[in-house]
Design a protein around this ligand. Structure first.
Ligand code: ADP
Length: 546
């Protein structure tokens, strides 16, 4: 027998309608590419998104068309998301930090029909446009006054486009499974692959993200997503914040410590989110300027492992709760968040600290399992580690155009490519990416654990560990460090600091100092680049073994 409840499709613009009706005066504050701070409300966002939707329809955008965007976090980018998605078209976010060849491949693979871009990215698109035949027009996200001289073909000014839209346009209704967003994964192996979100998956994911034990979003919050909208769905904030009616602060192009601090302070932001590299810059700025951080209650840190030293710095020095989060583009992207749950009162401070460092528990709608190389499910004892697979309604079941073929196992689980533990309380701890784990004498060493330990040394700013070929052990860990300004620790200083804190056979065989650690387009340590740079590196222990 079927239930008798209404068939109300989960469409993302219903989130915007809700925000406009019930939190219409809540502000969205944006640092613009043109310079000034822009402020308006959810009511304005909703009205202008509808006008843009109408204008896009007039431009010929149809249900199912894929529309590229390359833009920072700001109100016009949000209007583009809601306006395009609201007519059943798909927003395809492009990461400006990718190389020209990757951008070229991705735009052509997705067959983007029109392209919205911030002023900052006009030169990139000018250089690329001849290789992008599918794009019919470029929309520069500014007003007439700031329109640049450009060689881009078929250019429209965003404000002029919005102006031409109808005020009384109302959203069409359609199937909640319609695609609405697209983001390519970095493709560290093989070509980048397109993840295609649906209205339903985005709405469900936003509900999961906002839960009390996840990000805990409320209308009282003032949220600044520093994580870019072009990186994995901006961790859902473009949907989850309006769903809660929270004030939003969008940082635009400036993500250095001083600029981020300025917005945190002047807008009284109490919740923010980004990858560890951003917080490294903020913490350095705070240390240098001796500024306090009184208004910030919680900071979501994910995208790569958050070093325990960073958790300590926020929690002990600034009384800001760190929510360590893990996820991936394929998961919309949040897969787990680390907040304490009920029933842990019997644990000691040390035991709680061990939990705090982990990547956390999955919210409802994410199922997890870990398996060995043969696919056998491993125990949830916090010790056994294996391949982490996930299942849920906001997790990819295939890549765009079937790239990569079948990606689910017989039970419908997706292999994340990460290796992790699961403990008896439900907390997941990432050991490594399976391709980064160091295989020494048939055993695995976690590069993340070593990195976390090394950055705890007061002179170390950033650390990366890679496996280097070894004649006896197959691979041994090499620790690569960037030291803090004015510091010059010796290799021995750092190794001594680590001694006794990890198993002896996990100790790095050598330490190398470099000026800068290479990062990927999404702000992660690029192990691929490091492995290339150190491909011929000879460990001091290698000769001894020969
Ligand atoms: P890209 O590879 O394009 O950067 P994602 O942003 O989807 O794509 O990266 C997802 C991967 O990032 C995860 O599979 C995991 O390896 C890593 N990751 C994300 N969050 C964390 C975290 N908190 N701790 C450790 N690794 C993380």
């Amino acid at each position: 027998m079927e239930g008798l409840m209404q068939d109300w499709p989960l469409l993302v613009h219903t989130v915007l309608d809700h925000a406009s009706t019930y939190h219409g005066d809540r502000e969205i504050v944006s640092r613009t590419v043109e310079g000034p701070i822009h402020r308006y409300t959810y009511k304005d966002l909703e009205r202008r998104s509808r006008k843009l939707a109408s204008a896009c329809s007039k431009l010929g955008v149809k249900n199912g068309d894929i529309i590229g965007t390359m833009a920072w976090n700001g109100y016009r980018h949000m209007e583009a998301w809601y306006g395009i998605m609201g007519i059943g078209a798909v927003v395809h976010t492009l990461n400006p930090r990718l190389f020209a060849d990757q951008l070229d491949y991705i735009v052509n693979h997705a067959e983007d029909q029109h392209f919205f871009l911030d002023l900052s990215f006009v030169p990139i698109l000018e250089g690329l446009q001849d290789r992008l035949p599918s794009i019919k027009s470029f929309i520069i996200m500014t007003d007439e006054e700031h329109m640049p001289e450009t060689t881009l073909r078929n250019v429209t000014c965003f404000e002029t486009l919005v102006e031409g839209g109808d005020d009384d346009f109302s959203w069409p209704s359609f199937d909640e499974n319609t695609a609405c967003g697209m983001c390519y994964t970095s493709g560290t192996t093989g070509n980048p692959k397109g993840v295609l979100y649906s209205h339903r998956s985005n709405v469900l994911h936003a509900l999961a993200a906002g839960q009390g034990d996840a990000v805990n979003l409320k209308s009282l919050d003032c949220v600044m997503p520093v994580v870019p909208m072009f990186h994995a769905n901006a961790w859902s904030f473009v949907f989850s914040a309006p769903m809660a009616g929270a004030k939003m602060v969008m940082p635009g192009p400036l993500m250095d410590g001083a600029s981020i601090y300025e917005l945190l302070d002047t807008e009284a932001v109490n919740l923010t989110a980004a990858v560890p590299t951003v917080w490294l810059m903020l913490l350095q700025h705070l240390e240098e300027t001796k500024k306090p951080l009184p208004k910030l209650d919680r900071v979501v840190i994910g995208g790569s492992a958050c070093p325990p030293a960073m958790i300590e710095a926020f929690e002990k020095n600034y009384d800001t709760q760190v929510i360590h989060a893990w996820g991936m583009t394929e998961m919309s992207p949040l897969g787990s968040l680390c907040t304490f749950k009920g029933g842990l009162d019997h644990l000691s401070e040390d035991q709680l600290w061990e939990i705090k460092k982990k990547q956390g528990r999955p919210p409802y709608m994410v199922e997890m399992k870990i398996t060995d190389d043969d696919g056998n499910v491993l125990p949830r004892d916090g010790v056994a580690f294996g391949h982490l697979s996930v299942r849920g309604p906001a997790i990819a079941r295939a890549y765009f155009k079937s790239e990569g073929g079948e990606i689910l196992d017989a039970d419908g689980f997706f292999d994340t490519g990460d290796v992790s533990t699961l403990d008896e309380y439900g907390y997941m701890g990432i050991t490594d990416r399976s391709k980064d784990v160091i295989k020494s004498g048939g055993e695995w060493i976690s590069s993340i654990d070593l990195e976390n330990l090394a950055v705890g040394h007061p002179d170390v700013a950033e650390a990366a560990v890679i496996g280097v070929a070894h004649p006896k052990w197959d691979e041994r860990p090499l620790l690569i460090c960037v030291v803090k300004e004015g510091c010059s620790p010796s290799k021995q200083d750092i190794l001594e600091f680590m001694t006794g804190k990890i198993a002896k056979w996990w100790m790095p065989d050598d330490v190398a100092f470099i000026d800068e650690i290479p990062h990927t387009a999404t702000g992660k340590i690029s192990k691929l680049e490091l492995r290339k740079s150190f491909v011929d590196y000879e460990l001091p222990t290698a000769q001894a073994a020969e």
